[in-house]
Write a protein that binds this ligand. Structure first.
Ligand SMILES: [Zn+2]
Length: 434
């Protein structure tokens, strides 16, 4: 009899086995153009996110999750979020509905345990500004007053999408598919790095006008913008990656010009709403000095290209300059990476493999991270982890103070011995070993 009872119990267990993930806490916070909801979880979760209109709401489905406590409600002054509701689904899943006051663009990402926090699912709601109107400039350092360090936000723009497939390889590989997959891999690497966060400009197979891509990055308050492509050239022998930064004078080489025209033509294909308003926006943007931004873009680009070169001979060994529309943010260092030529048969074959996509994403991440550790935006974790050597400082003192191994300090800063110079900036490795 006892055996029979156990068998029935086993049959009743959900097929996924394992205990249900518990929502331990829900936290909501707000900034002028963004609201954030954080779910503290007992274990990592699988989730999906989508929006519904009339009334506007964002739906988050989490698999095998339950919530026991009462759900807190957002601050009435929150400009975007009006209510958080939860409901059980399919017996063991959780549905969270976020009622919003205005159209939003939701982004979600998961965070691994870190310090006092455990597994987290974070939902960011960004206000959608009216098309063509410059988005209100959100202060870059939202958390300065609270003394908190903000994440470095990297906007990742997978080229083309939807009705614009981009270039097509001989085997039928579409640029829009390959670059989205590379972009998602890069986003994962960025989100795994403490102090960094990726925002996907294009989240799926959707068509976005080029200027809209810039706007999305601005709305997300991005620190860096990377557009990812894998274009075609009429000569199938051409291969290798290249990196572009904005040139105000247009393309700097015949190939760059050809590519620039190609990229820009997508805006004409979409062609509906880029008349006077966007022209005005563009001229306003261009009136602002872009010198500092372009120079930072070239530095980011050089760092990324250096890493890409390790994978194989690049198409161009230095950062190219072109007038791509997506690079025209006046205040966000922006680069466009041609990961390879889909028109080259062997490169098309490689671009389709998970392995090569991973290598490309890793190389781009290393290049980006290398740049950011040396040039971290203010009020970020990476900026905080720098130490200006003072009188009487020794390497072991500094290591002890930041609780990192002396060897790690030496490696990161290219130091061979213990000799350090007053006034030198030391980069402090991440204590969590990321
Ligand atoms: Zn492209």
């Amino acid at each position: 009899m006892r055996g029979y009872y156990v068998a029935v119990m086993l049959l009743l267990l959900p097929p996924c086995l394992g205990a249900q993930v518990e929502v331990e806490n829900i936290r909501a916070s707000r900034a002028p153009a963004q609201s954030r909801i954080v779910f503290d979880l007992s274990a990592p979760v699988e989730h999906s996110l989508f929006t519904l209109a009339d009334p506007q709401r964002v739906v988050v489905d989490m698999n095998n999750v339950r919530v026991r406590q009462t759900v807190p409600q957002p601050d009435p002054a929150d400009r975007l979020l009006s209510r958080i509701r939860t409901a059980k689904r399919n017996g063991s899943d959780l549905r969270v509905v976020l009622d919003v006051k205005a159209p939003v663009r939701p982004q979600s990402f998961v965070l691994k345990p870190n310090g006092e926090y455990g597994h987290r699912l974070v939902i960011d709601l960004q206000a959608l500004t009216q098309k063509g109107a410059p988005s209100p400039q959100v202060a870059k350092a939202l958390d300065v007053s609270s003394g908190r360090l903000r994440d470095i936000v990297v906007a990742l723009d997978a080229g083309h999408g939807g009705k614009d497939p981009g270039a097509r390889g001989r085997k039928g590989t579409l640029e829009k598919d390959v670059v989205l997959s590379i972009t998602r891999r890069l986003a994962r690497l960025i989100n795994d790095q403490r102090g960094m966060r990726a925002v996907l400009v294009r989240q799926g197979d959707e068509y976005l006008e080029l200027r809209r891509r810039i706007e999305i990055a601005r709305e997300a308050d991005a620190d860096v913008f990377i557009s990812i492509h894998a274009d075609a050239y009429h000569d199938p022998g051409i291969s290798g990656s290249s990196v572009y930064a904005l040139s105000n004078n247009g393309a700097s080489s015949e190939a760059a010009k050809w590519l620039a025209d190609r990229e820009n033509s997508a805006d004409r294909v979409g062609g509906v709403s880029i008349q006077d308003k966007d022209d005005l926006l563009v001229s306003v943007l261009l009136d602002l000095s872009q010198t500092a931004t372009v120079s930072a873009s070239i530095d980011v680009g050089a760092s990324v290209l250096r890493e890409l070169q390790r994978l194989g001979k690049p198409h161009k060994a230095s950062v190219q300059r072109a007038g791509f529309v997506v690079l025209k943010s006046p205040d966000i260092p922006s680069i466009l990476v041609e990961t390879g030529f889909i028109s080259n048969p062997s490169e098309e074959r490689k671009l389709r493999t998970a392995d090569h996509q991973r290598r490309l994403a890793k190389a781009m991440f290393r290049g980006l991270f290398g740049y950011l550790t040396v040039n971290p935006p203010p009020n970020t974790l990476l900026a905080a982890r720098q130490h200006v050597i003072g009188k009487g400082d020794t390497l072991s003192d500094i290591a002890q103070r930041y609780q990192v191994p002396v060897d790690a300090l030496r490696t990161l800063n290219n130091l061979s011995g213990d000799l350090i110079r007053v006034g030198t900036v030391l980069h402090i490795p991440d204590a969590h070993g990321t």
